[in-house]
Design a protein around this ligand. Sequence first.
Ligand code: UDP
Length: 250
Amino acid sequence: MAKKKTTKRRTRPQCKFRRVILKISGEGLGRPGGFGIDGEAVRRIAGEVVSVTELGVQVGVVVGGGNFLRGATVASKINIKESTGHYMGMLATVINALALQDALEEVGQATRVQSSITIQRACESYIHRRCIRHMEKGRVVILAAGTGRPFVTTDTAAALVAAEIGADVVFKATNVDGVYTADPKKDKRAEFLPELTYNDVIDQRLKVMDMSAVDMCERNGVPIVVFDLAKSGNMRKAVLGRKVGTRIHG
Ligand code: UDP
C-alpha cells in the first residue's frame, strides 16, 4: 500500500502587532547626507516591508522628504514664505512615495499611494476608510504629503494616522540602533536606552521624533519602536515583539 503523503504545514510566527505605521525619513531613502533617492536603499526598505506583510501584518508607510528639502530651511535659504517651503517639502514626500511604490510592486507587493494633497493623476487622495480597506486587503499604503498642512513634519503625520486608523504601533526608522542619551555618531559616551516612557522622551527632550508626535502617541496609547531599518531583519523582529531598538510606551 502506498504511503500516505504527509504535508508539513508551515505555521506563521505569532506577531505582536497586527497593523503598523512605519515612518521613514527621506534620508533613509537616499545616501547618508546626500540629495535625492538611492535605488538600492529603496529596494532594501521594500524588502523589509515585504518581510512582514508575508506574516499577514498590515503596513502603512509614512515617508518624509528631507532627502530633497525641508520647508523651513529652504524658505530661509531662497527667501520665500515659510509656508510655501513646507508645501514644497510635502511635495518632496510624494516623490519618495512613488519611488517606494515601484520598488514594492517590483517584488510583487500590492500598494497604494495616498496623498494628503490631492495629486489626482499620480496617486489617490488620503481617505481614512479607504486606507484601512486597502490594508485589510493586504495592500501596503504609502502615505504621502504628511498632514497636508504646513508647519509640522511627517513624524506628526505618522502619529496622527496611527491614531486615526487604529494602528497598534509606530515604527520609527533611524540610522542608529535606537535612542541614545546623545548622538552616538558624535559622542562616544552616548548610552543606549532600550526602554523609555513617553514622559522620559518629553522631559529629557530626547531626539526621537517631534515632541508633538510623541505627545499624540501618548494620548492615543500608541507605542513607538525606534530601530535601524538598514539592518536586515529588524522590521520582522520588531513585528514579532523581539528585542530590537528602543521601545517607548506609557
Ligand atoms: N511638511 C509639512 N507638513 C507635514 C509634513 C511635512 O509642512 O505634515 C514639510 C515640512 O517642511 C518638512 C518637509 O515637509 O520639513 C519634509 O518632511 P520631514 O521633515 O518630516 O521629512 P523627513 O525629515 O522625515 O525626511
